[in-house]
Write a protein that binds this ligand. Structure first.
Ligand SMILES: C[S@@+](CC[C@H](N)C(=O)[O-])C[C@H]1O[C@@H](n2cnc3c(N)ncnc32)[C@H](O)[C@@H]1O
Length: 242
């Protein structure tokens, strides 16, 4: 492989790596063990100063990883360079969810920002992972951007409805039983419908029960990522702080 960073970038991008755009995404990817064959910065001293300030644990790895490039080169490599002037290419790492905590299932989600927000929620809450159904790629660069690079901090993969992990599946729907009346088991799958159409008939058929988030009358529904946040918080709130 050639040593020119721009040529290496194009070769890696063509080989199926995914773009991580901005300091926070790269920081999280480093922290959670992503394979980053190339990371670039338009100002290495400024990036390391930011890391010392915000994420000192990542300084040694970033110092080794970061290749300095001219600002014009970064602008040519990344469609909308992040204000922090850092970007990296990462090897996607889809994997099966862990079964020690509830797994979030997104049924044919359409909005890339929502999927990213849910990955970030799952990572922060310590969920078993995020499984999506349907055609949208949960490793799409816009999903990674919205997830702040936290795909490596949880499990993220796409499956068909008939290939979902085993375990009781509770589907969130405004017509279900009040979520507050149940304790969410660590082995549960928690399924959420798509932004426009809600739960698919296939997901409803797979569900062991429907659960509703409390909501005032005349409000139709919550946003998808917000619904996941409320549900995961309900699970977390029933656990003792470690
Ligand atoms: C934006 S909503 C979908 C709205 C859609 N028009 C429908 O008919 O269901 C996306 C998903 O969030 C979850 N959701 C939203 N509000 C909810 C509520 N009050 N109770 C349970 N789940 C809810 C459901 O899983 C829903 O399918």
């Amino acid at each position: 492989m050639t040593r020119d960073p721009a040529d290496r970038w194009h070769a890696l991008a063509a080989a199926g790596t995914v773009l991580l755009d901005g300091f926070h995404a790269v920081k999280h990817a480093v922290r959670f063990g992503a394979e980053l064959p190339l990371a670039v910065t338009a100002d290495k001293a400024a990036t390391l100063a930011l890391a010392r300030d915000l994420a000192p644990d990542t300084v040694p790895a970033l110092d080794t990883l970061l290749t300095p490039v001219a600002p014009a080169t970064l602008a040519a490599l990344v469609p909308r360079p992040h204000p922090t002037g850092v970007a990296a290419l990462a090897v996607p790492a889809p994997r099966a969810p862990a079964r020690t905590a509830p797994v979030v299932v997104l049924d044919n989600p359409r909005h890339l920002g929502n999927i990213g927000a849910v990955v970030r929620l799952a990572a922060g809450a310590g969920a078993g992972g995020v499984v999506t159904t349907g055609t949208t790629d949960p490793w799409h660069p816009a999903v990674l951007r919205a997830a702040a690079g936290l795909h490596w901090a949880t499990a993220v993969e796409r499956r068909a409805v008939d290939a979902l992990p085993d375990g009781p599946l509770y589907a969130l729907d405004p017509e279900g039983d009040d979520l507050r009346s149940v304790t969410v088991a660590d082995g549960a799958l928690l399924a959420f419908g798509s932004e426009r159409a809600g739960l698919s008939p296939e997901m409803r058929a797979r569900a062991d029960g429907l659960l509703a988030l409390p909501m005032r009358p005349r409000v139709s529904s919550y946003n998808l990522a917000t619904s996941v946040a409320m549900t995961l918080y309900h699970w977390m709130a029933a656990r003792r702080p470690a």
